[in-house]
Design a protein around this ligand. Sequence first.
Ligand SMILES: Cc1cc2nc3c(=O)[nH]c(=O)nc-3n(C[C@H](O)[C@H](O)[C@H](O)COP(=O)(O)OP(=O)(O)OC[C@H]3O[C@@H](n4cnc5c(N)ncnc54)[C@H](O)[C@@H]3O)c2cc1C
Length: 538
Amino acid sequence: VESVETQVLVVGGGLNGLASALFLSQQGVSVQLVEKNDTTARLLRAAGVTARTMELLQQIGLEPEIREQGLRLVPGEHWREKNSPTNLLPRAILGAKKLADIGNESAFVMEEGSLEVEGVSPQEPTWCGQDKLEPMLIREATKRGAEIHFHTEFVSYTQDADGVSAVVRDLGTGVERRINAKYLIAADGVTSPIREGLGITRTGHGTMGYVLSVLFAADLDSVVDGRRFLICYLLNQYAGLLHRFDDKRWVFGLFWDPKRYGDGEVSPEQAEEFVRGALGEQEIPLEVELVSKWRLAEEVAETYRVGRVFLVGDAAHVHPPAGGYGANSGMQDGHNLAWKIAAVLGGWAEDALLDTYFPERHPVGASTAYQAYLRQTTRSESDGAHPEMVNSTVVTTGYKYNSEAIVGGYDGPAFEHELNVDGRPGFRVPHVWVGKDGAKVSTTELAVREFVLLAGPEGQTWVDGAVAAAGALGVPLKAYRVGADLDDLDAEFTARTGITGTGAVLVRPDGFVGWRGAEGAPDPAAVLEGVLKQITAR
Ligand SMILES: Cc1cc2nc3c(=O)[nH]c(=O)nc-3n(C[C@H](O)[C@H](O)[C@H](O)COP(=O)(O)OP(=O)(O)OC[C@H]3O[C@@H](n4cnc5c(N)ncnc54)[C@H](O)[C@@H]3O)c2cc1C
């Protein structure tokens, strides 16, 4: 059997496995990825890309392409406009008894979802289906050296103190290969055979129902009178949700009641009947292209790491699609793990840094799943907002970490009720525009493959101390005074990060604040050496 050496083996080529492979290769880690399907996703699931995910993809250089291929989200109230430009998508979630209610404006708004990223992120969220995004991730990961093998099944593995040894099979030729890696990332989806094999249990509300997704072609624009919207819940005897797939096609997800519909296969003719019933359109030409049934569930794994194996994405946490969080949080999992793996493989962090993946990502995963659960279960016109429901921008951008790799972090829920990204350790660095080498960049873009110390304009001693400490420890780091080395374009840096002119924040390679010193201190090099040692588990 041919045998291949790599640093990380990723199992699963959905959005989250591909993103993990991309972020690892961005960190200079060698990656092999195997995916048993022979193509990327055909039936659209994830399409909402959050501002935070856009920040990460901007660092890859993908932002212009995603914006061009995707749709620009605009505030929900625009849904009432007729024939609005086809590259805009009002962020309105509507409810209606039949589709024609949208045409005559008797539909009601369930959630208008303001965008609220102004001042929070340099990026706007966008709408770009996984059918478009996945090929981009493959291309960029491959460009950075990752080897991505579709139509290849992960068969088995063993792990010991030195690494993981796996057997994979080419499904075209049947030929098996051995892949030896230091780590294994299980991005093998909600049914995760790797998670099941490890006996990892999950908690949560469990199965909440089933959905029959139907991809179909029809000209519905005439029915809605050219109005555009994110999702429409059709609330009648064929209850389900409708959204656009592309210019000609739509997806309808029927809430599947096994007692009523049974659990046999669904023919295209039956699917057409459901879609017509839900839309309230018996005459319009309509062609069903694809039908698939899936389980609606909220389940979060009780551990994300066993030895050299890590769970990422739906394998770690699954929840209803309401809110559009699933793939975004899975991509953030991969991003959290990538720099830590690179640091351990690069010899500048100890293995215990990898133990911080679970305490950082699990509370966020569980809290996000709960927010999706609340959104899924409060959907009728009379429900009103649930008191525990927090704004989507808080869910996707305002969460915090608390672990050994955050100095001065604190306990408490993963996100607060209000958005408060204010420079506290554990939160993503506040977004402030700075001038760097003549270009306008966000503080959220600065840390990629190294730590970045950002000091106030009088914080030169922190800059010198950081460079000395990082040098002594062999930790990659850059240091700047904002308002001196970098221009503080809106004169907001110290106020937004909660420091004085002599203070500093240390940003980890994933963009999260790992430590904050509100003002100057004696012996900055010793302070930062202690901080860097703690974060890197040395
Ligand atoms: C209707 C719907 C709408 C959604 N909308 C959004 C949205 O707007 N935004 C958002 O962020 N999320 C959304 N989600 C959630 C999102 O789709 C999922 O969270 C995400 O796609 C999961 O990605 P994944 O890579 O973790 O898993 P998957 O996409 O399930 O990928 C796992 C892969 O592993 C492969 N695999 C498994 N076993 C093996 C093996 N032994 N060998 C090789 N390969 C294997 C599988 O073939 C599969 O391709 C939505 C979900 C649904 C159902």
